[in-house]
Design a protein. Structure first.
Length: 290
C-alpha cells in the first residue's frame, strides 16, 4: 500500500504547490493534521510523524504535509520577495481550500509556526488546534543569525552517508539525543539529487533573503497575533538547546493563556524531531484529545 499521494495545486498566482497526502489507516472521523515545515525544509521532515499519526492503531487520522513555494516539489518563484510568511500563509490556505479542509489540526515547525500566527489573524476558523515546534511570537537574533550562516555556507556532500556525517558534525552539539539513523533520516529530508549531485532541496534565493536582514536591530514580534492563536488549544515544543526560541519566551506564552501546554525536547536544538521517542508521546497525547 502506498504510504502517501503527492498532490499538486495552483497558487493564486499560478505557481504549482506540492503536498503529500497520507490517508488514515481507517476512517475514525478525526480532524486531519496539516504539517508546515521550517524555512528551508520540506514535506520529508514529517514523513515519520505522518506515518505514526496516519497509521495509529487506535485513532488514525489523515495527514497533509506541505512544500512551500521554492521548496521540495513546489515550483520556484522568479520573484524572491514572494518568499515571505504572508504569501506562504495564503498558499497554505489555498491548498487547504482545494483539499476541502475547513477545520484542521496544524503542526508548524519554525517558519510553519510563524505562518500559523498570521493564519490566526486572517483565517482563524481553519485552525482547530496547533502544535508550535520551537517557535513563538518572539525569536532570538543569535538563533536566526546562526540559521543564516548555516544556509549560506553549506558544503555539497558526495552521497547520503556523507550528508548524514556532515549534518552530525555541524549540529551534534545541539542534538546529542539523535542516533545515526536520525542523522540519516535528516539527510534524506534535507538533500535531493539534482543533475547527479546532492543539493539542499530549496531555492537558493531563500538564503539571499536572510543576508538582507539587519541583525543590529531587534527582530519584529508577533505577540498580538499570538493572542489570537492562543484562543485555540496549543502544544508548544521547545528544543532544550534551541538558540532561536528561549525558555523566557516559552514561559511567557504559557503564562498568557490556559490553552497553552508546553514540552521540552531533551537533547535537541532547533528544531526538534516531533517523531523522536522523547517527544512523540507528548504529541500523541495532545492529538488524542481532538
Amino acid at each position: 500500500m502506498n504510504e502517501f499521494e503527492s498532490r499538486f495545486f495552483p497558487a493564486e498566482d499560478g505557481l504549482m504547490l506540492h503536498a503529500r497526502d497520507y490517508a488514515a489507516k481507517s476512517d475514525t472521523g478525526r480532524l486531519p493534521l496539516v504539517c508546515l515545515p521550517g524555512l528551508s525544509r520540506n514535506v520529508r521532515d514529517f514523513h515519520q510523524l505522518a506515518l505514526l499519526v496516519a497509521q495509529d492503531p487506535v485513532a488514525p487520522r489523515r495527514v497533509i504535509a506541505f512544500d512551500y513555494r521554492g521548496r521540495g516539489l513546489s515550483g520556484y518563484d522568479e520573484t524572491a520577495a514572494n518568499y515571505n510568511v504572508a504569501i506562504e500563509c495564503r498558499d497554505v490556505i489555498t491548498v487547504c481550500t482545494a483539499l476541502g479542509l475547513e477545520h484542521c489540526l496544524f503542526a508548524g515547525t519554525s517558519r510553519g509556526g510563524l505562518i500559523l500566527h498570521v493564519m490566526a489573524a486572517v483565517k482563524p476558523d481553519l485552525i482547530a488546534v496547533a502544535i508550535l515546534n520551537d517557535i513563538g511570537p518572539e525569536i532570538e537574533v543569535d538563533g536566526l543569525r546562526e540559521i543564516r550562516d548555516y544556509l549560506s555556507g553549506r558544503s555539497v556532500p558526495e552521497n547520503r552517508d556523507a550528508a548524514a556525517h556532515l549534518l552530525r558534525d555541524i549540529h551534534s552539539a545541539s542534538f546529542p539525543a539523535l542516533s545515526p539513523a536520525d542523522w540519516r533520516d535528516m539527510a534524506e529530508a534535507i538533500y535531493a539529487e539534482k543533475e547527479g549531485q546532492l543539493v539542499p532541496d530549496y531555492d537558493p534565493k531563500l538564503a539571499d533573503q536572510l543576508q538582507a536582514i539587519d541583525f543590529s536591530k531587534p527582530l519584529p514580534t508577533l505577540w498580538p497575533q499570538f493572542e489570537l492563536l492562543a484562543k485555540k488549544p496549543l502544544l508548544v515544543v521547545r528544543g532544550e538547546h534551541s538558540r532561536l526560541f528561549t525558555e523566557k519566551t516559552l514561559a511567557r506564552m504559557a503564562a498568557q493563556a490556559a490553552t497553552v501546554k508546553t514540552v521540552v525536547a531533551p537533547g535537541q536544538g532547533h528544531a526538534p524531531l516531533l517523531h523522536h521517542a522523547s517527544v512523540f508521546p507528548s504529541v500523541h497525547a495532545f492529538l488524542a484529545g481532538f
